[in-house]
Design a binder for this molecule. Sequence first.
Ligand code: B12
Length: 305
Amino acid sequence: MKAKGKISLTNNPEKFIEGAIAKFIKESPANRRKVGRGKYWDKPLVGFASGNGPLFKQYKKIIGKFHFTPAEIFTLSFGKRKLPQELSVISWILPASEGIRKSNRLETKYPSRLWAHARDFGEQFNVKLRDHLVEILKKKGYQAVAPMNSPHWKRVRSPRVGFASSWSERHAAYVCGLGTFGLSDGLITPKGKAMRVGSVVTDLPLKPSAKKYPNHQANCLYFFNRSCKICAARCPAGAITAKGHDKDKCYEYSYNTIGPSKRAEYGVKITGCGLCQTKVPCEHEIPKLIQKAYKRISAPRTHRK
Ligand code: B12
């Protein structure tokens, strides 16, 4: 007998997927910190999009020809004959827990030990989460692929956009209505920018999430009113200016300048940096001023006397 009120994949697929992701975050031992108590990631944000939407085609121009459409990664994974008419994209945001964020807020030069652990072990959890969701969907009879876990995914060095890859998790999250890009390039979501992202492409039909933001930079205070730039002041590599994010400087600092000594000290294979993601107004929320503006726009108009 079915448990009363249980959300199934057939009666509410979106809620079912959200529940499965939230449950894994809550229960998986891989989300438990190796140092101290607590988790790497808090409750997620989850969004959905049609894989056939026009933005994925536009990404061929915005990012580069090398960026997969959902249909391309699906075909590479399962062959052309398996390509259905409709595909869906599921994207999630893993907000860094308060302890991780707090520790990095205190830093001015290097990422904290906890931040580096979240970058390394927390992303290992994210890899498991992608596989877990693919497994669940397969058990229910649907095909699914996590582009970033696929052998077809690759890093790309493009002459036009610099460091990139054949599937950008943030661009997928943007299509799923989960946030917009900031001056630092970080995706600013209702749970902020101190987070990691994941996604899966599937043939399970899902209702696309609402598109909440007016443009792809709307949640950044600098793009909103030319103020802030706190992420630029926080960057120890001088990689962020009014012109945007210098990926080469960012890479050089986090991988080559601080990387070798901190990797050994913290016991990780990769440290990240993330100072631009903490102690900024978009760390764990959309900046308050922008939230107010959204409320004004969506508030019902009252009759003036
Ligand atoms: C390559 C890479 C890097 C490179 C380059 C980053 C970059 N900007 O692309 C380097 C080494 C510098 C880097 C650094 C870091 N990374 Co990194 N990295 C990646 C990786 C593997 C691929 C990114 C990719 O494909 N980018 C594609 C290019 C084109 O993206 P872009 O240049 O940012 O895109 C711009 C344009 O497209 C533009 N745009 C122009 N016109 C339009 C129009 C529309 C409609 C849209 C939507 C966009 C758009 O908007 C964007 C922002 O300016 C992803 C994992 C993944 N598969 O996504 C993680 C990822 C981006 N990194 C991540 C993180 C956390 C970091 C670090 C904070 C390190 C750390 N963990 O401590 C730093 C700083 C990140 C930053 N400020 O962007 C997270 C992002 C989380 C977030 N909050 O945004 C990701 C998504 C990993 C994950 N799974 O969560 N990273």
